[in-house]
Design a protein around this ligand. Structure first.
Ligand SMILES: [Zn+2]
Length: 148
């Protein structure tokens, strides 16, 4: 039967087409993955250029990217603030010399050996301890309470 022969032919042709298309799709997917890899490399290089440019020019107030510089430095300030909040919650401090973390009561940095200026036990006499940040905050909330 010519019709059935033709149908069988069409099905096998379609089967070949499907296999061919699947192969094509797999090849394209693999090539797209290669493009993504290259784009990621470019993206990292752009970021590096931007960081280097920022570091080099951040003090130039007339720079054409001044508003972007401002966004970056505001976010950096915000991160510093948030990190301090984390320090308070986790009760640790950061060495001003090497950046290592240490328990709030530590007297010396265990990494670089720097002596911490603030002795936790004398917190009430000192001006820069975490305890004083707590005090400052409680003062703020008291003031707020009074306003409310
Ligand atoms: Zn240190």
């Amino acid at each position: 039967m010519a019709f059935l022969d033709k149908l069988g032919e069409t099905i096998s042709t379609k089967g070949k087409d499907v296999a061919k298309r699947a192969k094509e799709l797999a090849e394209v997917a693999s090539l797209n993955a290669k493009i993504n890899t290259q784009e990621e490399i470019i993206r990292k290089a752009y970021i590096e250029i931007g960081q280097k440019y920022y570091e080099k020019n951040k003090l130039d107030t007339t720079n054409e990217f001044g508003s972007e510089f401002e966004i970056i430095s505001e976010s950096m300030d915000e991160i510093t603030k948030i990190k301090k909040e984390i320090q308070i919650i986790k009760n640790y401090k950061v060495c001003s010399k090497c950046g290592a973390e240490a328990p709030a009561e530590a007297l010396y940095c265990s990494v670089c050996g720097a002596q911490y200026q603030i002795v936790e036990g004398n917190a009430k006499e000192s001006d820069e301890t975490n305890d004083n940040i707590y005090e400052e905050e409680s003062i703020h909330s008291e003031t707020k309470d009074k306003i409310d």
